[in-house]
Design a protein around this ligand. Structure first.
Ligand code: 5GP
Length: 190
């Protein structure tokens, strides 16, 4: 997505060879117009897939998942990140490592809002090792819903998450792919 590439060049901050900060457009501030365009792009890629629900995990995925759900005319459901001490019979829970925080968190999704009748599109902001996506996919599988695909704003190709999902036969659509951040420079993969 050329518009997003331009905004990343202008406003992304390379924090290390592994991390690109997108605080100005995605993680701390949201650009509504850009977010609407990203939602339209995901919706156009998945419009024929019979999506009944868009699912994300709080917090940075919510804005773009909302824009996508709005464009597809379906509900948005988001998993919460919580410390859970007890099993909750009303929720699906998966324990996942957090890439940026260096801790383990539980992602929790209410059983009320996803079921075996759903065809689900998972949307998230960034994929690195894929911990968040894999946790959410396990929850979707446990609910009996069908996963139509995964939409990611920024894929870092030098980390294994998206590749591993594709190897499992999961359709992953990324709006931009980053090949490298070495030397403080953003290199796009395509
Ligand atoms: P994963 O679970 O795929 O290993 O990591 C994905 C999550 O970690 C994203 O939702 C995002 O919040 C955070 N993350 C991973 N890599 C980056 C990065 O390069 N920049 C920022 N801002 N967040 C990242």
């Amino acid at each position: 997505m050329e518009l997003l590439k331009r905004r990343i060049i202008e406003e992304g901050v390379v924090a290390s060879d592994q991390v690109l900060l997108l605080d100005a457009i995605l993680n701390e501030q949201v650009d509504p117009q850009l977010t609407i365009e990203m939602g339209k792009e995901f919706a156009s890629r998945f419009r024929k897939d019979g999506i009944t629900r868009v699912i994300t995990v709080e917090s940075s995925g919510i804005a773009v998942a909302f824009a996508t759900a709005c464009e597809l005319g379906v509900p948005l459901v988001f998993a919460r990140r919580k410390k859970t001490l007890l099993a909750d019979p009303d929720a699906y829970i998966e324990r996942v490592p957090s890439f940026t925080k260096g801790i383990v968190t539980d992602i929790v999704l209410s059983r009320k809002f996803v079921s075996a009748n759903d065809r689900v599109l998972l949307i998230d902001d960034i994929i690195a090792n894929g911990y968040a996506a894999k946790g959410l996919i396990k929850i979707i599988q446990r609910s009996g819903a069908e996963l139509a695909g995964v939409g990611i704003v920024m894929e870092k190709c030098f980390q294994s998450g998206a590749k591993e999902l594709r190897e499992q036969g999961i359709r992953v659509e990324s709006l931009v792919k980053i090949a490298s951040l070495e030397g403080g420079e953003v290199q796009f993969a395509e």
